[in-house]
Design a protein around this ligand. Sequence first.
Ligand code: ZN
Length: 341
Amino acid sequence: MKTIYSKKYSLHNSLTELSGGKLVKPFETSARVKFILNEISNRKLGPIIEAKDQDLDIIYKVHDKNYVKFLETAWDEWIKEGFKGEAIPTVWPSRSMNSKIIPNNIEGKLGYYCLANETSISQGTIEGAYESVKIALTAAEILQNEKSIFALCRPPGHHASNDQYGGYCFFNNIAIAAEKLIEEGAKKIFILDIDFHHGNGTQEIFYNRPDVYFASLHGDPMEAFPHFLGHADEKGIEDGEGFNLNCPLPRNTSYAQWRKSLIKVIDEVKTFCPDFFLISLGVDTFENDPISFFKLKSVDYFDVGRIISSLNLPTLFVMEGGYAINQIGINTVNILKGFEE
Ligand SMILES: [Zn+2]
């Protein structure tokens, strides 16, 4: 299997994350990519290819124009305001306020466009986010001639909605890849999100559409981030009704339990019969992940790959989360190797 990456994977290099009331070193770091690349080379998964320049206008099919403009200028505006730390919001348009107003001031704008403030914006964030989109688009392009491909995106994307960032995500890479495949003729896409966290951004983007089915296995939002989306009764609206499937799972979910939900989704994929199968690949379901609460073991990931491959569909894996850095390479490559068995 080919891997697409960008050598500029550390452009987004924030130094702070607000976690448990403290500013800590972010869990989502560029070292994640380094560990995955090393494992891909060591286990000879296949060629590692640099992402190509892409027409990035396709981003506007997924994201609001003003949101993109905000991301492009946020860091400069923050610095101009005289702030010394990295950019994080402190106020939001809460239920008791007017959520339709976009303030002029950067603090207000951050609150408007941010959905969770663990994610700092700093020098290079927007450039890094564009690199990640290029990876997803290059992979989508190559997938037309391959059985499967791995887009080693960083920063991840599945929490980014039409006009909000957070959960370490800025642009929704997998949604943009889906739009690219549709532009090139695909009629039906199935996106399966196996990251520990609910892919709220991807769900929101395709919630009223019947051509992109979104399914997610994740920590129950009553207990886990992003808390305000990802419940089992969210099934899509308008033409998209019936094309959204959430499987929230409890604390300490074992692989055997998790696998049952996976099989349920796989049956949906068979019925839907998509042209392409897209996987939001997070390995923060791992038992030792520092910010999650499932109990999957490294060896289980081979089986996940085998099950995904049993559908025999052109498959695009897009990297999302996974924060147990020492095992992130092993767990990711176990899925991809399992797929190839
Ligand atoms: Zn995650």
